[in-house]
Design a protein around this ligand. Sequence first.
Ligand code: FAD
Length: 427
Amino acid sequence: MSTDLPPLRVAIVGGGPGGLGAAIALSSLPNVSVTLFEQARELREIGAGIRIGLNCWKVLELLGADQDVKGHVKEQVLHRNGLSGELIATRGPPSHIPYKYYPQRVRRTRLQFALLSKVPKGIIQLRKRLVSIENLDQGVRLRFEDGTETTADLVVGGDGIRSVIREQTFPGHTIQFTGTTIWRVLIPQSSIAHIPEIPQPTTWWYGRSGHVYLSPVDYPSETSPEERMFEISVRNVIDPATETGKRFSWGIPVTNERVESFFQDYDPRIRETLASVPDGHWKEFSAFAGPRLKTLIAWDKVVLIGDASHPLSGAFGSGAAFALEDGWILARALEHTRSARKPLSEALKIFDEIRSPYYLRMYEYLDEQKRIVEETHAGRTFEERLQMKVDAFVGEDKLAWIYENDIEEVWKAYLRRENEGEVVSRL
Ligand SMILES: Cc1cc2nc3c(=O)[nH]c(=O)nc-3n(C[C@H](O)[C@H](O)[C@H](O)COP(=O)(O)OP(=O)(O)OC[C@H]3O[C@@H](n4cnc5c(N)ncnc54)[C@H](O)[C@@H]3O)c2cc1C
């Protein structure tokens, strides 16, 4: 590609998976200068474990960050009645998935370090909490809480579910507490090793209004038994209308008593597992969600990626992959339009054409699932509802368009459509 392209100043806001992935992908483009602004004092992850599936492996490969991400390979996942302990189903990945793309449960810090190691040095500015953006004739002005400001030609909003950039570009859009509260912790695997059925493999224990998810998070051959950690992620769902207290979305410390109070009717092995968490280690996450945005771009120079772009509250357990895919597609769209000397707005339109319908499909799927549950679960016993839920859950092949999404193929398909004239030609 020619290097006499006009310079482009990109400001990425947010240092989560979306912001870091976008920083890697955009920094490799000629004459594009990238600065990433993150509000935190240091980049640290607090969410315990994370699922990395085929869609995420594919984009990590493209970013060159897959090698350093390693965790527990989920060759088998068990589904149990959390109250009686009865085993309901045992599942593994679909047989056509190559072993290297098997889902893994990894420490979130592993993913973050792997991404950080690929971000060019010196482009991240910490303690930069964005408070507002302003649409200028040329570019966008960004103002930070510390009183400083900067301007950029393109602003990438990777500032998460409570995005300031979304708030400023789509003022009528709001998010709300969904009723789901999640508590997460990593504890040494050795501390629960004595509890029957608990240490291995990844297991879901379902209750009446929530579940307990247990999984190792380390790759055995690189972590000694004493150092191996174990994830406990539990959730409880209430009617959000009954909730009057103030809710925070991310990582608030809570007492063991509060967490355990929601799981009193669970199998004794689960209660013993929860009781083995040291005091002060649990973190609480309240799930927030909001309606779909009709477009992910604004002002011809602002683009939303990751959780900022689709406030779905982790509904598919694949939000990190979505965020990384967004950043990679944005880089391809920019590369494509810049090489043809087209304006920035054209790149953003391509991004929107590819990613908006994808998120629309997710929203439609969730609406459909909600309708099915309302229609089929009424009048059923807990055991019957659980069986239906597990049957639906393990039918992940229906969601291959998410879990097996290959973002490079998505881009190639876009180029083919453009060549065949199906896309309104811009080039
Ligand atoms: C409990 C829980 C479990 C999950 N489990 C999984 C899972 O297993 N697999 C999976 O793929 N996904 C999972 N997710 C979803 C996943 O964590 C998110 O989808 C993913 O982190 C989104 O990345 P992001 O970069 O868009 O946003 P975030 O990770 O939220 O990052 C946003 C960043 O922006 C910064 N920021 C925010 N506001 C400002 C501001 N005003 N100025 C400057 N910086 C700002 C924040 O400090 C943060 O660093 C889970 C989410 C939750 C809550």
